[in-house]
Design a protein around this ligand. Structure first.
Ligand SMILES: [Zn+2]
Length: 257
């Protein structure tokens, strides 16, 4: 099987998974790159998995459904282009012989879901939309800091070797912020150098892994003393409450250049 990040728009990836004959795509904001990839490899689109309702994630759904007859799956609590099969935590999706578990991960949007399969070519695989990014997380458009913190904690608890397929190539700017939060984190320094090299060669930094994100992503490290200290140096509060630390980090990141 192959896992391919198709670049779209400025910095989106439309994740395409295929077995040489059948394919699935996650969050096709644009039908064009997906149609091209299907035609190039002579693939039949079997399923479209949607994580949340934003236009850069659903913009190509209608055109791809019409052209291929693929089944569309999406969050039960959000409005995405109908018809689709509504999903929430505890549901499963079977596609390409894989079984995906659905996780509720509200915060970026109110009904955001993620798709997780425990075995794909020897390790788990996660499609997390705009919830977890490498080195960062999505903005809180519809959810509270407490919701997003809980959603990220749920993802951080997945097996360390889980490959994390995020929807945006935001890694370098996220790692710049992460370095401002934790200048003494040597794993972060090393990872940032690796990612700079990849980007200078025009390669994606993704997928990441959960184990790596636990070490470098400040939004998954709210219980670390150094992270709490830096967050509260920004907002002037104090204490170790993880949601308060998360909220301060998210606010700081929104204003960080
Ligand atoms: Zn979004």
């Amino acid at each position: 099987m192959k896992l391919i990040p198709l670049p779209a728009f400025q910095d989106n990836y439309l994740w395409l998974l295929h077995d040489g004959q059948r394919a699935l795509v996650v969050d096709p904001g644009d039908a064009g790159p997906v149609r091209q990839a299907l035609a190039d490899a002579d693939l039949r689109l079997e399923a479209i998995l949607v994580t949340h309702h934003h236009p850069d994630h659903v913009g190509g759904v209608d055109a791809l459904r019409d052209a291929t007859g693929a089944r569309v799956f999406g969050p039960a609590r959000e409005r995405i282009p109908p018809p689709f099969e509504p999903l929430a935590e505890g549901d499963t999706v079977e596609a390409l012989g894989l079984r995906f578990q659905v996780l509720d991960v509200p915060g970026h949007t109110a009904g955001h879901i993620a798709y997780y399969t425990p075995q794909f070519e020897g390790a788990p695989l996660l499609f997390c939309g705009d919830t977890l990014f490498s080195g960062g997380c999505g903005r809180l458009f519809e959810g509270t800091p407490a919701q997003m913190h809980a959603s990220l904690a749920k993802l951080a608890a997945l097996p360390g070797d889980t490959r994390v397929c995020c929807t945006h190539e935001y890694t370098l700017s996220n790692l710049k912020f992460a370095t401002a939060v934790e200048p003494g984190n040597t794993r972060l320094t090393h990872y940032r150098q690796q990612c700079e090299a990849r980007r200078s060669r025009g390669e994606p930094t993704l997928p990441s892994t959960i184990a790596l994100e636990r070490e470098v992503n400040p939004f998954l490290r709210t219980r670390e003393g150094a992270v709490a200290q830096a967050a509260h140096a920004y907002d002037g509060a104090d204490g170790n409450d993880e949601v308060a630390v998360f909220a301060a980090l998210r606010q700081w990141k929104n204003e960080f250049r």
